[in-house]
Design a protein around this ligand. Structure first.
Ligand code: PAF
Length: 284
């Protein structure tokens, strides 16, 4: 079975309006393609939650910095469409950049505060690009529910807040991180890693597991949890830490002193030239 492709916002919106008029519930999984099991878990959940399952594949230029990997971001449209068909996707929305950002484009969405720090500090403008494209995708696909992976934890919080603040009427669902058997979080960017880098990349999940174990044994001091995770990470040569922080799980405010409410430990590190992220939730 082949999945129908739609290429323009106008066509996508017309289709979505017809579904809505017919009383259909639309579930939506926005992606940049190069689908892996993490994406498939979102599609499976979307299939359960909607009458119609829509997927978008769009490598969004506005969320990449000038020195980032936009031009070499992995792409495999045929492979993605085969996986989409197997997951029961009804429609793949695959717009061209020129249809999303025509000449003269100048409107952007900024979610203040939540975009500061963590990935927002290392990737200025990234969340403005994410929020903008997700709003545009929502406007075209008109979903009732949209599913995002929790690996991009800050992204999930930014999108949730945008949906709430701008009264989008879209339920934003975060889905658990899908990992390889050895703990590495699934990511399209793992494709960049050499076998040696792939081994070194395990330092991220190892650092988070060591902090989780300390937490489970009763450690509640934020600085000690962070220090022990950083120490684990620094033990691995060839891994350059971007940040490792413990933040309030909802507001993403930095945590000091004792951890008394839900917290997230988020990490970003370069393995060779590849920047990877991962995180772990702590719920006292
Ligand atoms: O997480 C992603 O793949 C992207 O940031 C998203 C949400 C599809 C926006 O381009």
């Amino acid at each position: 079975m082949t999945v129908e492709r739609i290429h323009t916002p106008t066509e996508m919106r017309a289709r979505a309006e017809a579904w809505r008029c017919a009383g259909k519930r639309i579930a939506f999984v926005p992606t940049m393609g190069y689908l892996h099991e993490g994406h498939v878990s979102l599609l499976d959940e979307g299939r359960r939650r909607g009458d119609i399952l829509a997927l978008s594949i769009f490598v969004n230029p506005t969320q990449f910095g000038p020195k980032e990997d936009l031009s070499r971001y992995p792409r495999d449209l045929d492979g993605d469409l085969a996986k989409a068909a197997a997951a029961g996707v009804d429609v793949a929305y695959v717009p061209e950049a020129a249809a999303m950002y025509p000449d003269g484009y100048q409107s952007y969405v900024t979610v203040e505060k939540l975009q500061d720090g963590l990935c927002g500090a290392s990737r200025p403008g990234h969340f403005r690009g994410v929020a903008t494209v997700v709003l545009k995708l929502f406007n075209a696909v008109q979903p009732h529910v949209a599913l995002f992976g929790m690996k991009d934890y800050q992204q999930l919080q930014v999108i949730r807040r945008m949906a709430r603040d701008l009264d989008l009427g879209v339920e934003v669902v975060g889905m658990p991180i899908v990992r390889e058997a050895d703990g590495l979080a699934k990511s399209s960017r793992n494709a960049y890693l050499s076998p040696d880098e792939r081994l070194r990349a395990l330092a991220l999940s190892r650092a988070l597991v060591s902090a989780r174990e300390s937490f489970e044994m009763g450690e509640r001091d934020a600085a000690r949890l962070v220090d022990s995770a950083r120490a684990t990470l620094h033990l691995t040569p060839g891994v350059r830490l971007d940040y490792l922080e413990l933040r309030d799980a909802a507001s993403l405010e930095p945590l000091h002193g004792r951890v008394v409410g839900p917290a997230v430990m988020a990490v970003a590190a370069f393995v060779g030239t590849t920047r990877l992220i991962d995180n772990q939730l702590f719920e006292p």
